[in-house]
Design a protein around this ligand. Structure first.
Ligand code: ADP
Length: 473
């Protein structure tokens, strides 16, 4: 089995990690630097404005000496870790916090242009070629009598800000690594809750496909995966059971075919070799004929049952008079009833009872039920067929006073080939298929069939059919 799902998940994970680092390295670092730069520029600008409004303007108004101004700027230089200049509009530096006062050799910033900041209040660069590295610079004008007397310029190296930005970025990387390691928990969860159970399920399906339907699949989780595994085990169990039933069916069919065939070949053999004298041939040929009839009946029943199951039973529904069908079916049993002195009592509702169903299949149901009732009735007894209408249903009951069905056999009589021990003596021709066919037919009509029986007292089979409401027409 290829472990592709696992590798795919791992790959997705690595892609996530790669993009995480990529985004931090490219976008977050740029954003952090930008943010720090702006923040620094803003605070330096505040300072510059403050100096311009205090020491610088006091210097220009001659209220403090150059030395005093220089001392103040030096202190602020240490506090701000930046170079502070007071310069004339022409670019001449009057006070420089980094250098001592030298009135004779004042440095001039060539090409100084106070409008260089544009709409912002800072610039980044070598400050008109005065530095070798990039500097962040802000300047605030020193005004007096509505005139610009000079500028306070504060300069700080960009490398310091970059350093701050890098240490912040390192924290981001560290957080990312921690986050990545923590998210490994998801991988563990995925492995434990999805991947391993899925592997178990796949292994089980391979076993089932290979014919080992008894393979135990154990996934205990109560989630979708657990449900899938449980459904799969259930399916395998059902398949195994189906196979078992199939075997039973074949065994039953073989058994039911073998006994009549054995007796036919036995009698024919005995007739041929003279064990049965010719004057008794007729009697034994009659037995042989009975046995072949039984085989024909068995074959026909099997065919019917097979068709019912494979085709999902196609019903040819029509509306017919149920009373008429009951009477006709009863008529076919007249001979045997006379022979066994059985009386069939008909208690039918109405002159006619219109039902919508498959006529030939309902005929077969009635035939099977009546055939059983007659087979398992004692001589000289009564059988009652009764119809009762309730709402839009008609209930048909076929009741005999025969041998009845033992309580423990009741739930099996609908199974194929099932015959109660009691019935074996009375009915040698029975195939045990009649009631299973009957049940299939009634179920195909979406109706029900039930049995009430007492051993030794008799049985009553009741089934329902939809009747046509006469008022509707
Ligand atoms: P069969 O074709 O052998 O009659 P069925 O499927 O019709 O098979 O019936 C299954 C078994 O149910 C019968 O063999 C019999 O043991 C029992 N049974 C069915 N109908 C009756 C009945 N009216 N009285 C007693 N036993 C019955």
């Amino acid at each position: 089995m290829k472990r592709t799902l696992y590798w795919k998940f791992l790959l997705a994970y690595l892609i996530f990690a790669f993009f995480g680092f990529f985004v931090v390295a490219n976008f977050v670092s740029g954003m952090t630097l930008d943010h720090l730069k702006k923040e620094k520029a803003e605070s330096l600008y505040q300072e510059a404005v403050m100096i311009a409004g205090t020491y610088a303007s006091e210097l220009y108004d001659n209220r403090i000496s150059l030395e005093t101004a220089k001392n103040q700027l030096d202190a602020l230089d240490i506090y701000l870790s930046s170079t502070i200049w007071i310069m004339n509009p022409s670019g001449r530096i009057v006070v420089d916090s980094k250098n001592p006062i030298d009135v004779d050799n004042q440095v001039v910033v060539e090409a100084f242009d106070p409008t260089v900041t544009g709409s912002t209040y800072y610039t980044v660069g070598t400050f008109f070629g005065m530095f070798n590295e990039n500097m962040l610079s802000v300047f605030a004008p020193i005004t007096s009598d509505y005139k610009v007397k000079g500028y306070v310029v504060i300069l700080t190296p960009m490398s310091a800000i970059e350093q701050d930005s890098n240490s912040l970025l390192n924290i981001s990387y560290l957080l990312l690594v921690i986050l990545f390691l923590l998210s490994l928990i998801i991988l563990i969860f995925f492995t434990e809750m999805v991947y391993l159970p899925l592997r178990k399920i796949t292994r089980a399906t391979e076993q089932y496909a290979g014919g080992n339907l008894n393979y135990q699949l154990s996934v205990d989780s109560e989630d979708e995966i657990g449900y899938l595994a449980a459904s799969l085990s259930y399916m395998a169990e059902a398949l195994a059971q189906g196979g078992e039933n199939q075997k039973k069916l074949v065994a039953n069919i073989s058994h039911d075919f073998r006994s009549p065939l054995t007796s036919i070949s036995g009698y024919v053999q005995a007739m041929l070799d003279g064990t049965i004298p010719p004057e008794l041939h007729e009697k034994y040929l009659q037995i042989v004929l009975n046995e072949t009839e039984r085989l024909t009946k068995l074959t026909n029943n099997l065919l019917t049952l097979n068709n019912l199951n494979t085709e999902g039973m196609v019903l040819e529904k029509s509306t017919f008079d149920l009373n008429r069908v009951i009477k006709d079916t009863v008529a076919t049993f007249e001979g045997i009833c006379r022979e066994r002195q059985l009386v069939i009592d008909l208690v039918l509702t109405g002159d006619s009872m219109l039902v919508t169903a498959d006529l030939s299949k309902i005929q077969q149901v009635l035939y099977n039920l009546l055939d059983n009732a007659i087979k398992f009735s004692h001589h000289d007894s009564h059988i009652k067929i009764e119809t009762t209408q309730k709402h839009n249903k008609v209930f048909i009951s076929v009741k005999d006073n025969g041998i009845g069905i033992p309580k423990e056999s009741l739930k099996f009589i609908w199974d194929r080939f099932y015959k109660t021990d009691l019935s074996r003596g009375k009915d040698k021709k029975g195939t045990g298929l009649g009631l299973s066919i009957t049940k299939e037919i009634i179920r195909a009509h979406n109706e029900n069939i039930n049995v009430i029986s007492t051993e030794g007292a008799g049985s009553e089979f009741i089934f329902s059919l939809p009747c046509v409401d006469m008022d509707e027409d």
